[in-house]
Design a protein around this ligand. Sequence first.
Ligand code: SAH
Length: 338
Amino acid sequence: MAACLTDPEHGYYTSRDPLGAAGDFTTAPEISQMFGELVGLWCLALAWQIELARGWRLLELGPGRGTLMADTLRAMAQTGPDGQVPPVDLVETSPVLRDLQRDRLAGRDVTWHDGVETLPRDIPYVAIANEFFDALPIRQFVASPAGWRERLIARQDGRFVPMVAETAADDALVKALPDAPNGRIAEVAQVRQDMMTQLARHIVRNGGAALIIDFGDPRLPLADTLQAVRGHEQTDRFDAPGGADLATAVDFADLAGIATANGAGVHGPVGQGPFLRALGIDHRARMLLESASAEQADAIARGHERLVSLTAMGDDFRVMAVTQSGVAPPPGFEGTIV
Ligand code: SAH
């Protein structure tokens, strides 16, 4: 999964812009400007709520075309004191997407990073990750009478096929998995766990927060959620390595447990629909409609529907905030358990 997505030469993200109608899949910020605007207002409200020190920075993990950040900064500039916006750090491995981000965010104070390791250490962040965790690689295991075995990939008659490892799985990887009947598949996302650990530790040490938005699956870790998408359709997972998007659902309970174990506060997850509604997306849509042409009005209404409808992205996509400890539920999470 790591090689397919981020190989320096042949990786899916490294070699193309996969987003939008002409690409392979469409993300929330590419559906409507309202998504990034509301995320921007959330970041600002959070910074005020926890009285972040001057000098805090905005961080985005996996910023795609830069659309979410552009909309976020515009909304912040219109709302914050004297149009000021914080400096921005972007974690992005794809050179193709970095170029698009550079164009999209021209004139803004932006620094790019290959990973979170090179981020300034002692500065508070408000971090945003939309459809980023789902792209970090996972491993799969299969329950057998002899315990968990890793699911590997073999080449057979010119095709890639899944196979079960002959040796026992590394104990450290499978120790948290529940017992399961033979043949059941489980997913373990160590790279995501490490990412969550680093973010949570940074937040606990310096203050700040992270807003994580992704598609979840309550069956995790006992599920096979790996999917390949090409041209807006699901495709065979082994057909075109590096030529299709690979993603798996995010185990929010797992990430929440890691954040809490590291001393951070966790809010949610809540559905994307209720979250955006609590932040005022219905009102924002009405405002945009007031000055829209007939064609724009149609796009606004359809975008609104796709983002919040419980049969579209509004429920499958979940939103979770990780904050410094002792923070009351931020906007959109009121009524959820801390
Ligand atoms: N957040 C954007 C894009 C989501 S696609 C949006 O909502 O539109 C996933 C993004 O994560 C892309 O920008 C991709 O290049 C980046 N990415 C994937 N794996 C990565 C990794 N291991 N390190 C850093 N960025 C990564």
